[in-house]
Design a protein around this ligand. Structure first.
Ligand SMILES: Nc1ncnc2c1ncn2[C@@H]1O[C@H](COP(=O)(O)OP(=O)(O)O)[C@@H](O)[C@H]1O
Ligand SMILES: Cc1cn([C@H]2C[C@H](O)[C@@H](COP(=O)(O)O)O2)c(=O)[nH]c1=O
Ligand SMILES: [Zn+2]
Length: 197
């Protein structure tokens, strides 16, 4: 779908470390793009580790799975700090659903990239109210490369950058799929979210 900015060189051949962020709304293809980059790193014989927050058990306890059921084996972790302990001597680290980690993930990602590793992060840049979803904006600021992907608006068929929640729940974290959220363009999102300023 996209051409990654750089395949990144392995530590053994003098990798400098880099941070890549894949962001966008729900259903925009973040997980598919993450899996695609990680599979290509594996083809390049780089050692790859994949993590996700343990809270996200929608499709599988351990695999990272896209809405289209593409999947890759991953390690669920409770805390961002666990990634430092579990990443060992790998060259490339992929992390999905990054919006569910607290701000410790920023320090963890900085440390790992300074060890020469390529870090690829995927997550929501905005919440159900269309507001920045930390820690994603902070990670986008420190990344070398940011890729914003788009879904298709379920109302009008245009490009969608917003995740519209179909229920009245105001909880920031509410796991769900198509039964709970819909991708929408700006116009179709704010037409039904008049409460958000
Ligand atoms: N509204 C939509 N716009 C685009 N793709 C959609 C939509 N609804 C479902 N999909 C499916 O979702 C897939 C992307 O899934 P995924 O990579 O898991 O997205 P994300 O991680 O961004 O939520 C698409 O390839 C497509 O099959
Ligand atoms: C907008 C929004 C979403 N969530 C939840 C819903 C899903 O479980 C994930 C996003 O998954 P995807 O791979 O990007 O489709 O996040 C949430 O908890 N709060 C929100 O505001
Ligand atoms: Zn629309």
């Amino acid at each position: 779908m996209f051409i990654e900015p750089s395949i990144g060189r392995s530590k053994s051949s003098g990798g400098k470390g880099q941070i890549e962020v894949i962001c966008g709304s729900m259903f925009s293809g973040k997980t598919e793009e993450l899996i695609r980059r990680l599979n290509r790193a594996k083809i390049a014989r780089q050692k790859v580790e994949i993590f996700k927050p343990a809270v996200d058990k929608r499709y599988s306890d351990s695999d990272v799975v896209s809405h289209d059921e593409t999947m890759i084996r991953s390690t669920p972790v409770d805390f961002a700090g666990d990634i430092l302990l579990l990443s060992g001597d790998c060259d490339v680290i992929g992390i999905d659903e990054v919006q569910f980690f607290d701000e410790e993930i920023i320090t963890v990602v900085q440390k790992l990239s300074r060890q020469g590793k390529r870090i690829i992060l995927a997550g929501l840049d905005m919440d159900f109210e269309g507001r920045p979803f930390e820690p994603m904006p902070s990670l986008m600021a420190i990344a070398e490369f940011v890729t914003k992907v788009h879904a298709i608006c379920m109302k009008c068929g245009d490009l969608a950058a917003f995740s519209f929640r179909l229920s009245d729940s105001k909880m920031k974290v509410m796991l769900g799929e198509k039964e709970a959220y819909e991708a929408r363009c700006r116009k179709c999102f704010f037409e039904e979210r008049r409460d958000v300023t």
